[in-house]
Design a protein around this ligand. Structure first.
Ligand code: HEM
Ligand code: HEM
Length: 476
């Protein structure tokens, strides 16, 4: 059989073993010389190539649907998240050679790393920027999978794994934040662990568990360090393996379909090597280059050493929790920290399991109606969220107006019902304007909430000053 192929020449052999076919528009000789996988390797070089290609093809399929190849379908965001996790593990292990997890030495060890270790500052900066970018990129990836309807059928549970991954990524960032042991990190962790106290009944116990005592001290640092460098990375890698396996089981990423397509038609495919592998490789390289540029240009910084006796003003949570801290300024703490985020998380987990009529997947916003509804939801949030923040700061006085009610109702239930009522009214209005089935309507609500979260975070980062009062970012 193999001899027959050789007899017909290398082209026939490539066709038979499925290794020919360069991506359209690319010079085929170059790709073939790199990626050709001969069935019967004749030289040592060919043998090595076979081993490498087969290793790659054990993890990924031989052929992938052509329509999923263009960059704008996934923007490579899942692969970028994975690349950032890789960078974090690499730089994290290097940091462990120098970092000392004790309140007396942690700050000094990072100072020494920056001053005395060759490329120490750069390694730390790469860790810092990869960690922050990961939150951002994973959030964009969540938006991409949601707005291409990639959560139906075989992908249902992978959405849930994704949500778990996002939670663990936030936990990784949060536990890492304390490690430099400067004023910023010490007080940010004080604020966020303090928020846990609003959990009903178990609040105090949970704070004590997270801090390893009542105050932030050496037990907290050891707790955070152990979670950060062992439990969390192992969990992330395990979840990622599960996540990738589910993508594979679902037949790859969701396929964009045109309304006119016959669902029974088999999609045209191209070879994974090199069509997709090359694109993934280039995206990964560009991302690593971008992180390096950030790490060289912008230092992660190190404030004054932690001083448990003197809180900075304002004392802010890490940026990815500032939306939550902003909610605390507008709602009763039990609502801001427990009920509203709890409802949001449950809603997020429930998305794949709701009933859709019919489930729609593949294309961005799934339809023109879906696009219009999502844009309407996002624009409404751009207008209404800052308005709500301003009115609540300067005009609304829930507890004064509803003096007779307990604070859980006047500052919790009532504003929450009003806010949810406004969102419901916006969605109804948009629905009347554009129509739309259940999934398209859900996209409008999702776009509203995601945009509101981004705006609340931006308000927390740039527009909250001393005493958490509203102000311009440029006024001291
Ligand atoms: C998803 C994975 C990870 C995330 C999101 C993450 C995040 C962070 C963050 C935000 C910091 C504070 C950096 C700063 O000073 O601004 C940090 C520090 C640190 N991380 Fe990680 N990390 C991850 C994985 C790891 C791993 C796998 C290790 C080790 C095996 C590690 C070891 C360290 C060490 C030793 C520090 C203290 C040095 C420093 O603060 O600069 N990290 N991490
Ligand atoms: C560390 C974080 C994450 C990593 C490394 C990761 C990685 C990936 C990769 C590589 C893919 C396939 C290619 C792509 O879609 O770009 C994928 C697909 C997917 N991810 Fe993630 N992901 C992460 C977080 C999330 C989150 C937060 C969600 C949403 C809640 C999510 C939901 C999904 C879904 C539903 C798919 C299937 C998409 C489809 O079939 O089109 N992932 N992920």
């Amino acid at each position: 059989m193999a001899r027959d192929r050789h007899a017909k020449g290398p082209e026939a052999e490539e066709e038979a073993d499925g290794s020919s076919g360069s991506p359209p528009g690319l010079p085929s000789r170059l790709w073939r010389s790199i990626f050709r996988t001969p069935l019967t390797p004749r030289t040592e070089r060919e043998r090595k190539r076979v081993v490498l290609n087969h290793l790659v093809l054990h993890m990924r399929p031989v052929r992938v649907p052509e329509r999923t190849i263009p960059f704008r379908h996934t923007f490579g965001l899942g692969g970028m998240s994975a690349t950032l996790v890789g960078l974090l593990i690499l730089t994290g292990v290097l940091l462990m050679f120098v970092y000392e997890p004790s309140p007396d030495r942690a700050y000094g060890s990072i100072e020494a790393l920056r001053r005395n270790v060759r490329f120490g500052g750069l390694v730390r900066n790469v860790h810092h920027w990869s960690a922050n970018l990961l939150v951002f990129v994973a959030f964009l990836h969540l938006l991409r999978t949601f707005f291409t309807g990639a959560f139906h059928g075989a992908r249902q549970f992978n959405w849930v794994i994704g949500v778990l991954l996002l939670i663990v990524v936030l936990a990784a960032n949060f536990t890492g934040y304390l490690l430099p042991w400067d004023q910023l990190s010490f007080w940010a962790i004080t604020i966020v662990t303090g928020m846990l106290g609003y959990l009903p009944v178990i609040g105090e116990g949970v704070i004590r568990l997270a801090r390893g005592g009542t105050e932030i001290g050496s037990a907290t640092l050891i707790n955070f360090y152990t979670f950060h460098t062992t439990v969390i990375p192992v969990t992330i890698v395990g979840l990622m393996a599960f996540h990738f396996w589910r993508v594979r089981k679902a037949g790859g990423v969701v396929i964009p379909r045109e309304p006119a397509d016959d669902p029974a038609d088999k999609p045209a495919t191209v070879l994974f090597v090199p069509s997709l592998l090359m694109r993934e490789f280039v995206t990964g390289l560009l991302l690593v280059a971008a992180v390096m540029v950030l790490a060289v240009a912008l230092d992660a910084g190190l404030g004054a050493p932690a001083n448990p006796g003197m809180s900075p003003n304002p004392a802010k949570a890490p940026w990815y929790f500032l939306g939550l801290q902003e909610l605390l300024l507008h709602f009763h703490p039990t609502w801001a920290v427990v009920i509203l985020p709890g409802l949001a998380l449950l809603g997020l987990l429930a998305i794949p399991y709701l009933r859709y009529d019919p489930p729609m997947e593949g294309a961005w916003f799934v339809s023109e109606t879906g696009r219009s509804l999502a844009v309407a939801g996002a624009l409404a949030a751009v207008a209404l969220t800052p308005l709500w923040v301003l009115l609540d700061e300067y005009v609304i006085d829930w507890s004064g107006w509803l003096g007779g009610l307990p604070p859980g109702l006047s500052e919790g239930l009532v504003p929450a019902v009003v806010a949810l009522g406004i969102i419901w009214a916006v969605i109804r209005l948009a629905g009347r304007q554009y129509g739309g089935n259940r999934q398209e309507t859900l996209q409008a609500a999702f776009a509203f909430l995601a945009t509101a979260l981004v705006i609340l975070t931006a308000v927390g980062v740039w527009f909250r000053g001393e005493g958490m009062a509203l102000g311009w970012p440029w006024t001291p």
